[in-house]
Design a protein around this ligand. Sequence first.
Ligand SMILES: [Fe+2]
Length: 446
Amino acid sequence: MKLKWQMMNSKQKYALFSAGSLLFIFMILAAFTYIHPLSVQWDKAVAYTRASLHKYVPMTGEDVQNIRQMMTADPSTSRTIMWESVIPEEEALIEYRQVGQPQDAIETAKAKRKTFTDDGVSRYEYEVTLTGLSKNTEYQYRIGAGDKRSQWMPFKTAGIGDFTAIIFPDSQSANYKGWAELVKTAWAQNPQAAFFANMGDLVDNGEMASQWNAWFSATEDMNKVIPFAGVMGNHETYTLDWKVRPPKAYLNLFSFPSNGYKQYQNQFYSFDYNGVHFVALDTQAEEETNEPQLLTDEVAWLKKDLASTKMKWKVVLMHKDVFQYAFANQPGRDNSFSPIGKLFMPIFDEYKVDLVLSAHLHTYRRRGHVKNFKRDASGPSYILTGVAGDVRYVGLWADHPLDIKKSPYYNEANYLVLKKANDALIISAYRPDGTLFDSETITQGL
Ligand SMILES: [Fe+2]
């Protein structure tokens, strides 16, 4: 090489030097062009890695259990999430993000913690209400405490458009296996459901911790994805020795909208879902003897609530039925209307409620439209929702003159699906295997 360079004349040396210089400058420019964006990407990659591959410890069943989304007054902009742990966590939180946003666009909300002891069992209860959410939007959330994190789970906000909700009648049971199977079928058949409701008497004994755990165990797969709208029943007020007490467990285990009156928090409330105003009532005045003003206060609230809603549709959820059924094989009761019905039905007439769902009698009856205690197409439609647990009152009730349809499967559980579609409310009833046995379409403008 040395020889060759020495053999070159000055012209050849100059040409080779120039070419080498140009190649060097080109390589510098190319390297800068390549390295600059790479360095930016590298910074981002480090940030993503920190966010998504942080060495979190997966949560176990002791760290997080009984996860439940709760209905809020406006589920288009907010969502309450509750859960429990066996050992108290100091800094529990929810992390959440919109689906489709960068992986590191995570927001954090701190949880409130309380200890609830009942039936000799202490539960560490956590609660977060996420607010300022976007309408009609899919999110993901996970539960955290210290360096522990749960799996990501989905939730979706309400907004506009048609939707489906699953309605379960009384789930109180001696053995909650059947309830768990019913929930599994209803959820599998309706994976698009926006929320679910349970019509009261969630458990047979409101003080028994094992029954609440059985209820949560059956609903958790569904309830960590969609919110729960609860209705309180009389069995929520029963003590271990079958006396009545304030429904302590129900009121502590669930947080519902606080748009009722403060002293009756979680007993009655309302919420809006895509153009439908739902009201959940407390019909347990007979058991809640510590609240002598309950019905008077509730009626005053209900009138105000129904008068102020701008939603096109109004649906009432209540545990005790508005009808009174005679016994099929013994005297003692007439086919008529219950004291609860006599109190509330004129209010439903006045404020043009579209649909009233009730429970308590463990039989499915569709009674059609009733106004002023008579058949009238302009009145609300009344459905007694049936039974979802294993406590069956086979053949107990006579037929009521206003009954249009009763379930022929009198010794089976059932669930209902409420659908808002094509400017109508469609309420359908299903057997435990998911087959349809009754349906009613409610329209307005009659
Ligand atoms: Fe009941």
